[in-house]
Design a protein around this ligand. Structure first.
Ligand code: NAD
Length: 358
C-alpha cells in the first residue's frame, strides 16, 4: 500500500442546538473582535440567532449562486470598510463560497456554519464566476478554520432541497471512489458517508422536523466533503461543473440527476468501487442501492426539468471531454458522453441507457 495524502487543518463541532455557543468559542479562539457575518437574506434569521453574542460589525446579505466576481468585490470592500477581523458565514454553499472569496484576498479566517449539505465548508476549493465563465482554484486561505454543524439550523431547508443537497453530498462520496487522487482513506470516508446519507435522506423525507435524520445528513455531508477534497473531481463532478457553468443549472439538482448515470457508466469498469458503494448501501449492486434510495425520497430525475435544453447536449459533449479525467475507469468517447447526457436529460433508466453506451 503506497499513497500520500494531505489532511486539512480544521476544527469541527457537531452540536445540535448549540451553534451559538460553539461559534462564540471559535471566534474567541481566533481573537475576533470585529466580526463580519455573511448570510443570504433568506438565511439572515438563522444567522442573527447564531451570531447574537458576537462583536458583529457588519451583516452582509448580498449572496449569489456561483459567486459572481462583482459580488465578491463588494463583500471584500465591506470587510475592509468595517475592518473585519473574522468572517462568520451561515448558510448554504453559495454563502460559504462568498466567505471564501473574501478570505482568498484578505486572508481573514472563516468560521463556517453550514445550513445545507453542499460540503464547501470542508474544502479549500474556491470558485468565482465572471459572465458564464466559472473559475475554481485551491488555496489554504479559504479553508474555514472551524465548522459548526448544528442540525437544528437545517430544519427549515425544504424537503426537496434537502433531498437534492443530500444527493449532492452522496455524489461527492461516489465520485471519490474513483477520482484522480483517491486513496484508501478517502474510500473509507466515502463509504461511511454513503451509509450515513442513505440512512439520513429517507429519515428527513419522512420526518423533516426530526433532528436525527438531519444530523446523519450533516455527518455524511462532512465525510463526503473531506473525501472529495482529497480525492479530487472525478467524471461526475466534471460533468456537473460544465453543466452548471455553461447553462446555469441549479447545483444540487444537477448533481442529484446526473449521479446514477455516471455510476451506471463507470460501475462495470470499477468493480472495487462498485463493491464498496454496494456494501455501503447494503444492496446487491451500487446502482440498485442508489436507485432504491432515489425512489424512496422522490429524487429529481431529468435535466430537462432543471433548465438543460436538448440542443445543449451536443454543445456540452466536447466541453466535458476537455475536462474529464484521463484515468476515468471507463474510457470516454464522444458517443458515450452524448448517450449519458441524453439519458440524464430525458430521465431514462440509467442501467438500460448505459448498457448501450460505447
Ligand atoms: P445554495 O447555497 O445556493 O442554497 C440554496 C438555497 O437554499 C438558497 O436560496 C439558500 O438561501 C437556501 N437555504 C440554505 N440553507 C437554508 C436553510 N437551512 N433553510 C432554508 N433555506 C436555506 O445551494 P447549495 O447547494 O448549498 O450550494 C451550492 C453552491 O456551493 C454552488 O455554487 C457550488 O459550486 C458550491 N459548492 C462549492 C464547494 C467547494 O468545495 N468549493 C463544494 C460544494 C458546493
Amino acid at each position: 500500500m503506497r499513497f500520500e495524502r494531505e489532511t486539512l487543518p480544521q476544527r469541527v463541532h457537531f452540536a445540535a442546538g448549540e451553534a451559538r455557543a460553539a461559534v462564540h468559542a471559535e471566534v474567541e479562539r481566533l481573537g475576533g473582535a470585529r466580526v463580519m457575518v455573511i448570510a443570504a437574506a433568506s438565511e439572515a434569521g438563522l444567522a442573527k440567532a447564531v451570531t447574537a453574542d458576537l462583536p458583529v460589525v457588519v451583516h452582509h446579505e448580498e449572496v449569489a449562486m456561483h459567486v459572481p466576481v462583482a459580488t465578491a468585490e463588494r463583500a471584500r470592500a465591506a470587510a475592509a470598510r468595517h475592518e473585519a477581523d473574522v468572517l462568520v458565514c451561515v448558510g448554504g454553499g453559495s454563502t460559504t463560497g462568498l466567505a471564501k472569496a473574501v478570505a482568498l484576498t484578505t486572508g481573514l479566517p472563516i468560521v463556517a456554519v453550514p445550513t445545507t449539505y453542499a460540503g464547501s465548508e470542508a474544502t479549500s476549493v474556491w470558485g468565482l464566476t465572471e459572465g458564464s465563465r466559472k473559475t475554481t482554484g485551491v488555496d489554504a486561505r479559504v479553508l474555514p478554520r472551524a465548522i459548526v454543524y448544528d442540525a437544528t439550523l437545517t430544519l427549515s431547508l425544504p424537503v426537496a432541497m434537502s433531498v437534492a443537497s443530500g444527493l449532492n453530498a452522496l455524489a461527492h462520496c461516489v465520485d471519490s471512489m474513483w477520482a484522480p487522487r483517491t486513496d484508501p482513506v478517502d474510500q473509507a470516508l466515502a463509504g461511511e458517508g454513503i451509509r450515513a446519507l442513505a440512512a439520513g435522506l429517507p429519515a428527513v423525507a419522512a420526518e423533516p422536523d426530526g433532528i436525527e435524520g438531519r444530523e446523519q445528513m450533516l455527518y455524511g455531508a462532512y465525510l463526503s466533503a473531506v473525501a472529495f477534497s482529497s480525492a479530487g473531481s472525478g467524471l461526475h463532478h466534471k460533468i456537473c461543473h460544465v453543466l452548471g457553468g455553461r447553462y446555469e443549472l441549479p447545483h444540487a439538482q444537477t448533481h442529484a440527476v446526473v449521479l446514477p448515470y455516471v455510476l451506471a457508466f463507470n460501475a462495470s469498469a470499477a468493480p472495487h468501487a462498485e463493491r464498496r458503494i454496494a456494501e455501503a448501501f447494503g444492496s446487491v449492486s451500487a446502482l440498485d442501492g442508489l436507485q432504491s434510495l432515489r425512489r424512496a425520497v422522490d429524487a429529481p430525475t431529468a435535466l430537462r426539468d432543471h433548465g438543460l435544453a436538448e440542443s445543449d447536449i451536443d454543445d456540452a459533449v466536447p466541453a466535458i471531454l476537455d475536462v474529464a479525467p484521463a484515468d476515468n475507469p471507463r474510457p470516454l468517447t464522444p458517443d458515450g458522453v452524448r448517450l449519458l447526457l441524453r439519458a440524464a436529460w430525458e430521465g431514462a433508466d440509467p442501467a438500460t441507457a448505459c448498457s448501450s453506451m460505447t
